[in-house]
Design a protein around this ligand. Structure first.
Ligand code: LLP
Length: 436
């Protein structure tokens, strides 16, 4: 079973470290990443491109999980990153990430964020809308400088995934629409702007996509646009950025699609269109987020109370929940859990694995088969590495968990657990009218 590893004591291990030890040493809830798996995924995408003999960049979409330590790992792998906020950009700066390998995304970057990006000379800004073109132009003028840009385009491709996770359809809030010719208007504006160096076009069709067809359609749509633009405006982009969205296996029911399968399909599709339209082959950039960190992440919780509803189901309650993983509540996302002490013990019951937050919807796993479990047992929810910690909140004033990196039998704290003092550290006393 390659969903998880066990040691000679029959305990779950993560990066070669016993999960019970991790829980003991760092407390729960705890997010643990198997660093080797992160590196393997980055490398699998890179190797697949290299084998296709093509110019490429693998740009980790850091919204899936951003932290100084994560940016260090990505940098060591030689990959790029994309950031979507001043906060992610700042974190990358603190990590010493090379700014020329940063793409800056977002449908409403603020003037301050754009200024920071310009001053730090980020590799490329992905332009999303007309307001942003104006804003960036102003900032470039004031700072007497130039920057590389791409145009984000909505190609009219709808991915088969949760509706919140669809982004390529025409009525998306992101990017320039093609059909209404917004995209060509943006093209003309940017080509006429000597401070903006238009290196390519970008699209992103959605997330957790488990079929190659969506990406092939995306390639066809974008290559057709490139053909039109080269004929009508004599412009050919150097870079075709296809975004992210490569799906992963969350439960035994999901299939696994290896990075190489996605990459091969994409490259073949680009080559087919290029030869059909007699275009040169652009560099291909992708922005995988989930597929880099998703399966590498584990959430460790301690089991506490339990409620059995006679004749109905039982709730087994853990010390975390929607505050550290909102995905089940927000997207009805499915996960699978195991007992860290003996993952392979035979299941004796099916329970709701419930969180500790004050909301009925705080159920991490709706139907989880479990062996006999007791208060104090450590349960591990698998494949929580993407959009778990990065979407965590302090709902109910619960401190956010710690994050640990485990590799080659060693573990290291990379994000400290929040304390109660942290929770009130931004609070200010209100000077009440009339005393106190
Ligand atoms: N590039 C762009 C422009 C994106 O908008 C996204 C994700 C990615 C790359 C990375 O996509 P990935 O490879 O991770 O699928 N919170 C949601 C996912 C939101 C994805 C938003 N954009 C979830 O938990 O499912």
């Amino acid at each position: 079973n390659n969903l998880y590893d066990i040691n000679e004591h029959n305990h779950l291990t993560i990066g070669g470290v016993d999960a019970l030890e991790l829980a003991q040493n760092f407390g729960t809830p705890l997010i643990v990443y198997d660093v080797a798996r992160i590196k393997q995924q980055l490398q699998a995408f890179q190797t697949a491109f290299a084998q296709q003999n093509i110019d490429y960049a693998v740009s980790y979409a850091s919204k899936a999980f951003a932290a100084i330590a994560m940016y260090q790992v990505v940098n060591q792998a030689g990959a790029h990153i994309d950031v979507v906020s001043g906060g992610e950009l700042y974190t990358a700066l603190q990590a010493g990430f090379p700014m020329d390998k940063v793409s800056f995304h977002g449908n409403n970057k603020t003037p301050a964020e754009l200024l920071l990006a310009v001053k730090q000379h980020v590799g490329v800004i992905i332009l999303d809308n007309f307001y942003e073109i104006e804003l960036l132009n102003q900032i470039l003028q004031e700072n007497q400088t130039k920057i590389k840009v791409m145009l984000r385009i909505t190609p009219g491709v709808t991915a088969h995934t949760h509706q919140y996770d669809q982004t390529g359809q025409e009525d998306s809030k992101f990017g320039f629409d093609v059909r209404s010719r917004q995209a060509t208007r943006a093209l003309k504006m940017v080509l006429a702007n000597s401070r903006m160096d238009l290196i390519g076009i970008h699209a992103h069709i959605g997330s957790q996509i488990l079929e190659v067809e969506g990406f092939e359609l995306e390639v066809q749509a974008l290559m057709q646009i490139i053909k039109d633009w080269s004929q009508q405006y004599d412009y050919q982009p150097q870079v075709l950025n296809l975004g992210g969205g490569f799906g992963i296996r969350y439960t035994a029911q999901d299939q696994i699609i290896e990075p190489g399968v996605f990459v091969k399909a994409i490259v073949q599709a680009v080559k087919r269109s290029a030869s059909k339209y007699q275009l040169s082959i652009p560099a291909i950039w992708i922005e995988p987020g989930r597929s880099i960190v998703g399966a590498a992440g584990y959430s460790l919780y301690t089991i506490g109370s339990r409620k059995d509803v006679p004749g109905l189901q039982s709730y087994v309650n853990v010390d975390g929940g929607m505050g550290d993983n909102i995905r089940p509540a927000l997207y009805q996302a499915d996960y699978e859990a195991i007992l860290a002490r003996n993952p392979q013990a035979a299941a004796v019951e099916t329970v709701h694995l419930a969180g500790r937050y004050c909301e009925s919807g705080d159920i991490l796993i709706d139907q989880q088969k479990l062996p006999a479990s007791h208060p104090g047992d450590i349960v591990a929810v698998l494949a929580t590495g993407a959009y778990g910690y990065s979407m965590a909140s302090n709902y109910n004033r619960v401190p956010r968990p710690a994050v640990v990196f485990a590799e080659a039998g060693q573990s290291q704290l990379v994000i400290k657990r929040e304390t109660y003092a942290d929770l009130v550290s931004h609070d200010c006393f209100y000077q009440q009218k009339g005393g106190n």
